[in-house]
Write a new protein. Structure first.
Length: 381
């Protein structure tokens, strides 16, 4: 630990001791000690001696206006952090998955901070398009992690252990392994930071894991404050704004134009016997592929809409990481999605971008979560 971080820890522990002498709980009503993993990029990390990351920013937003001062302390290790939290030296820890033992030691908000989807990743050039083809192959995974346990339960693979996700994913890139198993949001962040261009996720998630803020068991009031704050930022769009900042790759102007033109070009493929002209749709995935389709047999009134057909093409190809979609009407205007379409797109993740045309010639990109009833009004966002 650096001298700066050591001084930070000692200062915060001294603060906790002063609070304990006054209240007997280790918690001052206007102060909270927050411990975090300094290497859980992009969720929490330290840059220039400053705590950063999605979990840090979400917690700041949730507690904004409460008058509570947050002291962020990078944890030495998980065992020590859990001991400090159970003893009330720390009040909150981020990045916590729930187990029977942890549920006896800590309390949690009802709302998870985020959910990780655990997936296999392979080289695009490998030709592997389904999870079943992973069996019998060498798979990289982080040592002593939840990912390792789930991979071993999956079975039928040769497990190769690494000390970090960066090292495990690099092993795949360098050809030391044939696949990598890890969390989607974290893995896509590594892929982006390292500019890996030949990697893709394979198939459906092997598991989904909700991740929480865990709190010292004597902090029921603080838990309620956190829960109210999380509900507020989900409702007013703040959560989605922060989520988009950290996890959603934006489309360039050229990509937006190409997506729209692809959808318009697909209008001629519509199959609408005796119903006149139909619309088109385009679906862009993280692999860079675009899938297009036209309306089939009546559009929303029956059959499949163009967007549903384009999504089915991506699913059939095993290309499930959707970046952006758009659907155009027979005149080529990017229309608002139907309720059924919105629900279907949301199945591919809250961060899928939807291109639409709120006013003629004016185009906007919304996360699909913004188009669903939960999460507040469009005006609030």
């Amino acid at each position: 630990m650096s001298n700066i971080l050591r001084r930070m820890v000692l200062t915060v522990l001294a603060l906790a001791l002063v609070c304990a002498m006054g209240t007997g709980t280790g918690f001052c009503a206007d102060k909270a000690v927050f411990v975090f993993d300094r290497e859980f990029i992009p969720m929490s990390f330290v840059r220039n001696q400053k705590p950063m990351g999605f979990e840090v920013e979400i917690f700041d937003a949730a507690l904004a206006g409460t008058g509570i001062t947050i002291s962020y302390v990078p944890m030495k290790d998980w065992e020590r952090a859990q001991s400090d939290l159970a003893g009330g030296v720390a009040h909150i820890a981020s990045g916590m998955t729930r187990t029977h033992l942890r549920d006896r030691l800590f309390i949690y908000p009802q709302t998870p901070t985020f959910t990780l989807a655990l997936k296999f990743f392979v080289k695009e050039s490998s030709g592997i398009t389904d999870v079943g083809a992973i069996r019998g192959r060498t798979v990289a995974v982080i040592r002593d992690s939840l990912y390792q346990r789930l991979l071993q339960e999956f079975g039928g693979v040769i497990v190769k252990l690494y000390d970090s996700g960066d090292a495990a994913l690099k092993a795949l890139v360098m050809g030391e392994t044939e696949a990598y198993f890890g969390a989607d949001l974290v893995t896509f962040d590594i892929i982006g930071r390292e500019h890996y261009s030949d990697l893709r996720a394979v198939g459906m998630s092997l598991a989904t894991v909700p991740v929480y803020y865990a709190l010292y068991k004597g902090q029921a009031d603080l838990r309620e404050t956190v829960e109210r704050g999380l509900a507020r930022i989900h409702a007013d769009g703040t959560y989605d704004r922060i989520y988009r900042k950290w996890f959603v790759p934006e489309l360039s102007a050229a990509e937006m134009t190409a997506l729209l033109e692809s959808a318009r070009g697909a209008r001629g493929a519509a199959y609408l016997p005796n119903r006149g002209k139909g619309g088109g749709a385009a679906v862009l995935t993280r692999t860079g592929r675009t899938y297009v389709a036209g309306d089939v047999n009546g559009g929303p009134a029956g059959g499949y809409t163009a967007l549903e057909s384009a999504l089915l093409q991506a699913v059939a190809a095993g290309d499930l990481e959707i970046r952006a979609v758009t659907a155009v009407d027979p005149e080529g205007r990017a229309r608002i999605l139907s309720g059924r379409e919105r629900q279907l797109v949301r199945e591919f993740g809250r961060g899928v971008l939807v291109m639409w045309e709120p006013n003629p010639g004016e185009y906007d990109m919304w996360m699909i979560s913004r188009m669903l009833p939960f999460g507040g009004s469009a005006t609030a966002r």
